[in-house]
Design a protein around this ligand. Structure first.
Ligand code: MYA
Length: 415
């Protein structure tokens, strides 16, 4: 019965997407073909070594001046600590950032979320890059990076995580994105960092893994009303409501909200757990505090403290990312939770995630989303997640892997 309410994207749209992506070898990527990334023509060429594609150049040889923009535009560094500038980025993204294939929903990252995502430990203000119209000073494009320690097999590399690339709808297809990518790359090189990781919904040369979204309905009526899900033939609304019903309270003894005093224990748990994946970030205490300490309407983290030994044994977390609903009379926002990092050592992962669903339901989320990365496959079907149609491709810049990974080999969740 899990598939009785199916996610909104139809098999036909899936076909169209597959067709567009059907022969990547023949697709021309005028920009990406010039960049140090794994190229489609090299897939399966085992003579190419794993590791950096280009060696670092001396910092004195990194271009000192910004790249040229078309003459009507100018670079700006966006100080995300300023409420006013953060609001400008927020407005740009709210109106122009990622939509689903049918243009029914658009991500609506909150201001608090953007500050959390971009002002992480060790962040560089210069990596929060905007483009303004010279005459009006209107912000029309953005790209950002933050530093992260990324482990690939047994090596830890300082990388940048790139996110929030956005060009105003009216300035699309003018090749602004390649200039922005080159400019953020230059600013990252100036900090002596030569690798990056990012995700995108589009297929580019070449993914380190391809992940799928799964959706756990929490509020069937609203999801159906806004066209996120639809009832299958043999499913009625009242059967759907019953199918997705959750208990009112969590079931695991010792399950509670994470607090500041838990940071060292969580850092240890997470480091140990993430070591089982081929690619995963390495978080120190300050990063665990930043990324996992609960922030209202941004990130929620719960852990299990053994009622007997008071040891911290398990963790689960999710972040809050609403989407604007673009064409509904009745509703303006879809409230979505996204599974973030977790560790299950003494509580079965299935039970831990079920408790996360119960909390998300209590907090009035409409849907709980998860990718098929980490060990998520072990609970998705059983906890009544339905497969979405969206692919999320993970990429490295200037780092080649011998073979693409299975999503289950990836211990990385980007925002
Ligand atoms: S993923 C989210 C991306 N944002 C959106 O989808 C929001 C809505 N869309 C837009 O705002 C625009 O369509 C964007 C493209 C800005 C995406 N990642 O300027 P153009 C290539 C990488 O004419 P536009 C995220 O934020 C495209 O293949 N490349 O196109 C992670 C083509 O190149 P090629 C992309 O539509 C971002 C070229 O751009 C993406 O006006 C990671 C066309 O440029 C994409 N999502 O603008 C960025 N979309 O001809 C890379 C299109 O070769 C970081 N393109 O196919 C790399 C690491 C840098 C740091 C390195 C440090 C060492």
């Amino acid at each position: 019965e899990e598939n009785a309410v199916s996610n909104y994207k139809t098999s036909l749209e899936h076909l169209v997407q597959q067709f567009q992506n059907s022969n990547p070898y023949e697709m021309k990527h005028k920009f990406w073909e010039t960049q140090p990334v794994g190229q489609f023509k090299d897939l399966g060429n085992s003579s190419l070594p794993e590791g950096p594609i280009e060696l670092p150049t001396p910092l004195s040889e990194v271009k000192q001046e910004p790249y040229n923009l078309p003459s009507l535009y100018e670079w700006t560094t966006c100080d995300m600590g300023s409420d006013e500038i953060c609001n400008e980025v927020y407005i740009l993204l709210t109106n122009n950032y990622v939509e689903d294939d049918d243009n029914m929903f658009r991500f609506n990252y909150s201001k608090e979320f953007l500050q959390w995502a971009l002002r992480s430990p060790g962040h560089f203000g210069s990596w929060h890059v905007g483009v303004r119209v010279k005459a009006s000073k209107k912000l029309v494009a953005f790209i950002s990076g933050i530093p992260v320690n990324m482990r690939v097999r047994d090596q830890v590399l300082k990388m940048a995580e790139i996110n929030f690339l956005c060009v105003h709808k009216k300035l699309r297809s003018k090749r602004l994105a390649p200039v922005m990518i080159k400019e953020v790359t230059r600013r990252i090189h100036l900090e002596n960092i030569w690798q990056a990781a990012f995700t995108a919904g589009v297929l580019l040369p070449t993914p380190i893994t391809t992940a799928q979204y799964w959706h756990r309905t929490l509020n069937p009526k609203k999801l159906i009303d806004v066209g996120f899900s639809r009832l299958s033939e043999r499913m009625t609304m009242s059967r759907a409501i019953k199918l997705y019903k959750l208990p009112n309270s969590t079931t695991t003894p010792g399950f509670r909200k994470m607090e500041l005093r838990d940071v060292p224990a969580v850092t240890k748990l997470l480091k140990n757990y993430l070591s089982r994946f081929v690619v995963a970030p390495e978080f120190d205490d300050s990063e665990v505090e930043h990324w996992l300490l609960p922030r209202e309407n941004v990130v929620d983290s719960y852990l299990v403290e053994s009622p007997v030994t008071h040891e911290i044994t398990d963790l689960c977390s999710f972040y809050t990312l609403p989407s604007s609903i673009l064409h509904s009379q009745e509703y303006s926002t879809l409230k979505a939770a996204y599974s973030f990092y977790y560790v299950a050592t003494s509580t079965p992962l299935l039970q831990l995630m079920n408790d996360a669903l119960i909390i998300a339901k209590q907090k009035d989320f409409d849907v709980f989303n998860a990718l098929d990365v980490m060990e998520n496959e072990s609970f998705l079907k059983e906890l009544k997640f339905g497969q979405g149609d969206g692919q999320l491709y993970y990429y490295f810049y200037n780092y080649r892997l011998q073979n693409a990974l299975k999503p289950s080999e990836l211990g990385l969740v980007l925002l």
